[in-house]
Design a binder for this molecule. Sequence first.
Ligand SMILES: Cc1cc2nc3c(=O)[nH]c(=O)nc-3n(C[C@H](O)[C@H](O)[C@H](O)COP(=O)(O)OP(=O)(O)OC[C@H]3O[C@@H](n4cnc5c(N)ncnc54)[C@H](O)[C@@H]3O)c2cc1C
Length: 425
Amino acid sequence: MARVTVLGAGIAGLSAARHAADAGYETALFEKRIRSGGLLDHFTVKGFRFDTGVHFGFSKNDAYQKVIDQTERYTHRPEAYNYEGGRWIKHPVQNNLYPLPVKEKVEAIKSFLERPPLQEGADYRQWLQGQFGRVIAERFPGRYTRKYWTVAPEMLSTDWVGNRLYRPSLEEVLFGAMTDETPQTYYLRELYYPKRGGFRAFLEPLEQNLDLRVGKEAVRIDSGRKTVYFRDGSCEHYELLVSSVPLPELINMLEGVPAAVKEAAESLWATEMTIVSVGLKREDAGPHLWFYIYDEDILPARVHAPYLKSPDNVPDGCSSLQFEVYSSRRKPLAIEKEKLCGHVAGVLEKMGLASRKDILFTDCRSVDYANVVFDRGMVARRDLALEHVRERGILPVGRFGEWDYLWTDQCYLSGARVLDALAVL
Ligand SMILES: Cc1cc2nc3c(=O)[nH]c(=O)nc-3n(C[C@H](O)[C@H](O)[C@H](O)COP(=O)(O)OP(=O)(O)OC[C@H]3O[C@@H](n4cnc5c(N)ncnc54)[C@H](O)[C@@H]3O)c2cc1C
């Protein structure tokens, strides 16, 4: 039997270890933090539970659905909103222009009719204009891109878009400009969330009886000797190594990497997320499960309401919100972290969600890897690095291991590919 060593106990690593262990392989899972979960972990402040960013469960595959089905859960409708210049607009904006002044609606519709034809190899800005017309493209997704992806849309390719942005017909745009009684067109129909225990409760069935070793940060890999070395001085021999460690970091752990591969890996970058979590001593903080903010003077790009995901996330009589602010090597945070809580308190008031006197606490913390950025040409550079890793007999999995814009269900499937690798070992 092969000894399977898995690095990183986020959902991808947990899935890989679960599948390998269930298939009868001796398996150990090494996590650098003090517990499993990765991006799906939560933290608690004064009895309020906060996930790491918005996080809902959804699935297009039966295997992951079966994992979710093991946990008692709520089903939410994906009714998101947008905030721009003091207005609340149903999501997605392009087919919900109703709240805009008539003159602005006319300009948006005119430009929708005049949208330029889509060219092969278009960058994201050209793609947005081709889908929605210049006015909608620049005012909404264009501005959001600078906040969420931290660069202008012309810097990005469209490799990540998939079905994430709804492409309405003319009829839908016109309808949405005339009434707010529009149908739900979000790309997901239902969102799941555990009744108790935060999002990470979905992971519990995966973790049962695994050989999980925490506080173990891999720092060097000798792929010739099939040995991984940890920061605490220990090492582990493996027959198959599965890694959900961010790809550029994994490349750095290997010796003898060709210069072109090193250069490709160094060019990969991700956004960092700073989350400001707010506990409120009032029962409600607006009706929105989550919403997007376009205004440049408001630093958060996205906000969600943990208390609406599940009442188990807050003490009785309280509510909570969490604000996501993105930065990167291309766009550092616009203010010092210490000032971000004050900024968010002001934003809460400005948006009419709560007043400063309702705030019990604000908590600010950062996540180093949030979203991998698809700057133009990234896919070719990433594939070069991935190919090298695979040639070394290492299986990269997960959002940062595969360096892709994967959701949790896709990370679960990514980890399950350990069985294919074991089959040819
Ligand atoms: C703000 C935000 C909101 C999201 N919302 C949703 C959503 O609503 N629904 C959805 O399906 N997906 C969502 N996602 C995506 C989802 O979070 C990820 O796809 C998924 O959690 C990634 O899992 P992973 O195991 O690949 O990576 P991670 O969760 O990052 O796990 C990697 C693990 O490896 C560990 N590690 C790193 N380096 C080492 C090392 N050297 N040695 C040992 N261990 C190491 C890390 O500590 C971590 O635990 C969201 C993502 C973000 C950022």
